[in-house]
Design a protein around this ligand. Structure first.
Ligand code: NAP
Length: 369
């Protein structure tokens, strides 16, 4: 199988490469590497292979591929996918971008949950398999058991999303912002007598200064937060917030009878991992121990963290979860509110289960068929 990889040096693409090398996926396919900006250049990949990059905008090269895995972004998909299909390309398109997710002939892939739908779509001759929104996929893996048992009436997901969710350039900017803050305050910090309000004022002055690096986020993130992610839909909702309900129900095959999923999506200064405070209503009163059992038994990646302070602060944070496929869920509690309303908190690496992992697993499903 001839597989073209586009966007492999970006945030998602780099993690995809890491995982494919770790799982020896490249042994099963002939891989061709593309770039939109570096075609013709010779590069050394993480596994030591030397390759010359092909032009990701050259349809004649792309047409030779049996499958294309794109982590390049929505603009690229918008520009290339249609013309490729119009040119008669019959290969499999596997994509991290949201552009095609809602298309009727595309399936949103999250195989621990919808493996049967994936096989049915392949049997049906479908060719477009798209990874889900990162927060949505992570929420669904965490809540898998409750969705499977049809216990969920609605979910509110308040998110705490990492800088890397916005891409490689944004991660660099977050670190530059952190460095700039330290630079502004380091002399006062070094002196044990430095007054805390003086330090606070220095930091704030720097964060509000013109030279503070904000090209990619548009505003300070380090030392602050941004309660808006993705486009403005004009109805008070961001596109990131809209995706949660739309994609959850597409993955569950419940578009005709959707489960309401709502929330506010917030960017925070974490490097990697999206965290979510979940509030959900169950259709009946289920003891907390049973809720925890249903959550913990649903798939091999989810684990329940005891609802106590030491366990929570050591096991339910971006720092402990980053670079793992673990989906810890903790803070499970029946809330002091009327009705069967519960809370949970979950953390997941949005570059792994939230992006790269469903794509590499989709490619492996194709290879095995
Ligand atoms: P990204 O890091 O911005 O990378 C996209 C492309 O930017 C790269 O393939 C590269 O293309 C180019 N690029 C320019 N300067 C670069 C630099 N300094 N370092 C690395 N690459 C650079 O984007 P991404 O976050 O991986 O997102 C790709 C797609 O996945 C988007 O559609 C996004 O919405 C989706 N997604 C992202 C996440 C996430 O957590 N980040 C999660 C789920 C889905 P060339 O080599 O062609 O120049």
């Amino acid at each position: 199988m001839q597989v073209g990889l586009v966007g492999w040096r970006g945030m998602v693409g780099s993690v995809l490469m890491q995982r494919m090398i770790a799982e020896k996926d490249f042994k099963n396919v002939a891989s061709v590497f593309f770039s939109t900006s570096q075609s013709g250049q010779a590069v050394t990949l993480r596994d030591g292979r030397e390759v010359v990059l092909k032009d990701a905008n050259d349809l004649s090269q792309l047409l030779k591929m049996d499958a294309i895995v794109s982590c390049q972004g929505g603009d690229y998909t918008q520009k290339i996918h249609g013309p490729l299909r119009d040119a008669g390309w019959q290969g499999y398109w596997i994509d991290a971008a949201s552009t095609l997710r809602m298309a009727s002939n595309a399936l949103v892939v999250l195989d621990p949950i919808n493996i049967d739908d994936i096989h049915a779509a392949l049997d049906d001759g479908k060719k477009d398999f798209i990874g889900g929104n990162c927060t949505t996929s992570l929420m669904m893996l965490a809540m898998h058991g409750l969705f499977r048992d049809e216990l969920v009436e609605w979910v509110s997901a308040m998110t705490y999303q990492a800088a890397s969710g916005a891409g490689a350039q944004n991660v660099r900017e977050l670190i530059e912002q952190m460095g700039s803050i330290y630079e502004a305050s380091k002399d006062d910090l070094a002196s044990p007598k430095g007054g805390i309000l003086d330090i606070d004022a220095l930091v704030l002055d720097r964060m509000r200064a013109k030279e503070f690096p904000t090209e990619y986020f548009g505003t300070p993130l380090a030392g602050s937060l941004i309660p808006w992610i993705d486009a403005d839909l004009g109805n008070g909702q961001s596109r990131e917030e809209w995706k949660a309900q739309a994609e959850t129900n597409k993955i569950l095959g419940r578009q005709g009878d959707p489960i309401p999923v709502e929330g506010i999506c917030v960017r925070i200064g974490a490097m990697r991992c999206h965290s979510q405070a979940l509030t959900f209503k169950l259709s009946n009163s289920v003891p907390v121990l049973e809720v925890e059992k249903i959550l913990g038994d649903a798939n091999e990646w989810v684990s329940v963290i005891p609802n106590d302070k030491p366990s929570t602060i050591s096991m339910l944070s971006p720092t402990s979860v980053t670079s793992t496929l673990n989906i810890p869920v903790g803070r499970v509690r029946k809330l002091n509110l009327p009705g069967n309303i519960y809370s949970a908190f979950t953390v997941g690496d949005q570059l792994l289960w939230g992006a790269a992992e469903p794509l590499r697993r989709m490619l492996q499903i194709l290879v095995r068929r």
